[in-house]
Design a protein around this ligand. Structure first.
Ligand code: SF4
Ligand code: SF4
Length: 116
């Protein structure tokens, strides 16, 4: 049976409530120390997505999202917002394959990968 796609109306704009950006760690100890610094900040997570990309995500809401979960500049929204496809969004896919929520989780990963 085909899985029901969650609509933006049902979701309330989850993807507009976070700031996420791509990073390219070189798997050096220094890079991982920088990643741990991200994780010292409340609510910040680091994850590896389903394409193998490393991402940092912070719980910061876009100022253009209204209290009903709607974009107030929809017709003029930035290109990055236009690229989002609902079938591929966080509500409708398991985008996060590996998630680090604490520096300790990242330390464990570093030890397992023999980076430290
Ligand atoms: S694209 Fe996905 S995460 Fe974003 S508002 Fe729509 S359903 Fe929610
Ligand atoms: S500009 Fe609109 S679509 Fe883009 S993140 Fe902000 S509220 Fe969401």
């Amino acid at each position: 049976m085909k899985r029901k796609v969650v609509t933006c109306e049902e979701c309330g704009g989850e993807c507009c409530k976070k700031l996420a950006f791509h990073i390219q760690p070189r798997f050096t100890k220094e890079d991982f120390e920088d990643l741990k610094w991200y994780l010292y900040h409340e609510g910040v997570i680091v994850y590896i997505d389903n394409e193998g990309d490393w991402m940092v995500q912070a719980p910061i809401k876009c100022s253009k999202l209204d209290k009903n979960g709607r974009c107030t500049i929809y017709d003029k929204r930035p290109p990055i917002c236009r690229k989002s496809k609902i079938e591929e969004c966080e509500m409708n896919t398991n985008e996060m394959v590996v998630v680090f929520r604490t520096p300790e989780e990242l330390d464990k990963f570093m030890r397992e990968k023999k980076i430290i």
